[in-house]
Design a binder for this molecule. Structure first.
Ligand SMILES: Nc1ncnc2c1ncn2[C@@H]1O[C@H](COP(=O)(O)OP(=O)(O)OP(=O)(O)O)[C@@H](O)[C@H]1O
Length: 310
């Protein structure tokens, strides 16, 4: 069996404070696996540790403890870096370049042979749909075009793993869709994608799997399909006594009112029978019980609020 694209185990990172400054524990015993060919979304609030994790994968930050392997090798192994492409959050693209001259400059900097450059650059410009504007100067590119150019630059070495930090941020809806389609095509061609983003609907559209980070730990992870499918049940009850409504709300159940009716969300199957018994014992009658699937946004919010306990 092939080793996963990314394997991280027991990763810890503390940024030491300077003279009397406070230390920050950015990652706390974090473990994660990304299989080859997956589009994997790293989610989490500001300061959760996403960028620290991606920088460790790229050997830009050194962890205090833990194991990091890419394609089965220690991530610092010679030659491995060439298999990883990186699109930083704010790529620095010099204004005097055109799209084509920028790619040529970056390809020379990273030592691609002239033959490879001459073949690869026109191919990449086509792949990211910038061939028609390849000779336009970069200040005349939209944010979406610049991000697609950033993806092309990250692909110059034909990497097997592409790490993208906020690739969709600030791009308008049409540009975002184009960028997402490009990323999905790459995943279909077998490139493993690891994206760090706050755009949950886009992550839901693109990614097979996600991990939600909070305060340096993973609070929820798994395949998007499975996470959405196991999100519980909605019970509709006629006239639930007020006392029980308050008690259930205090225990963290999500409750809504619909005229005389009331609906309660039970987050999982094991809790369902006990809840039904309790509603019946209070003399209320259950009208319907339906499974509910939640958006990624809902899964994310409940993971971050509850530390992943639901
Ligand atoms: N170089 C640094 N020195 C000190 N603290 C840092 C450094 N880089 C990050 N941190 C701290 O580590 C924690 C994790 O930061 P990180 O940038 O990894 O989070 P993030 O999830 O990427 O956040 P965002 O979504 O805002 O980009 C934060 O508390 C941050 O302030």
């Amino acid at each position: 069996m092939q080793a996963p694209a990314v394997e991280v185990a027991g990763l810890c990172k503390t940024y030491r404070g300077g003279w009397r400054g406070p230390s920050v524990q950015a990652l706390r015993d974090l473990s994660l696996t990304v299989e080859r060919g997956q589009a994997f979304g790293l989610l989490g609030p500001n300061g959760a540790g996403k960028t620290t994790l991606t920088k460790i994968l790229l050997s830009l930050v050194r962890p205090d403890a833990g194991i990091v392997r890419l394609f089965g090798q220690a991530h610092s192994s010679p030659g491995l870096r060439a298999q990883v492409g990186y699109l930083p959050e704010a790529p620095n693209l010099a204004a005097h370049h055109t799209g084509r001259s920028f790619l040529d400059f970056m390809a020379r900097l990273s030592g691609l042979a002239p033959d490879t450059r001459n073949r690869r650059i026109p191919d990449l410009l086509h792949q990211v749909s910038l061939h028609d504007v390849a000779d336009r100067r970069l200040p005349h590119y939209s944010k979406g075009m610049l991000q697609r150019l950033g993806v092309a630059q990250a692909l110059l070495h034909a990497p097997r793993l592409l790490v993208l930090d906020e690739p969709i941020d600030g791009v308008d809806p049409a540009g975002r869709m184009e960028l997402l389609r490009l990323l999905r095509n790459l995943a279909q061609q077998g490139v493993t994608l690891l994206l760090n983003s706050h755009h949950l609907p886009d992550i839901e559209w693109l990614c097979d799997s996600i991990a939600v980070l909070h305060q340096g730990r993973i609070v929820t992870s798994g395949r998007v399909k499975d996470l959405r499918a196991t999100q519980g049940f909605r019970i509709v009850v006629a006239a639930l006594p007020h006392r029980l409504q308050e008690e259930l709300a205090a225990r963290g159940f999500v409750i809504g009112l619909d005229g005389e009716r009331c609906w309660i969300e039970c987050p999982n199957r094991p809790g369902l029978n006990a809840l039904i018994d309790q509603i019946r014992a209070a003399g209320a009658s259950i009208e319907t019980i339906e499974p509910v699937t939640h958006s990624l946004e809902r899964i994310y919010l409940s993971a971050v609020a509850g530390g992943g306990s639901q």
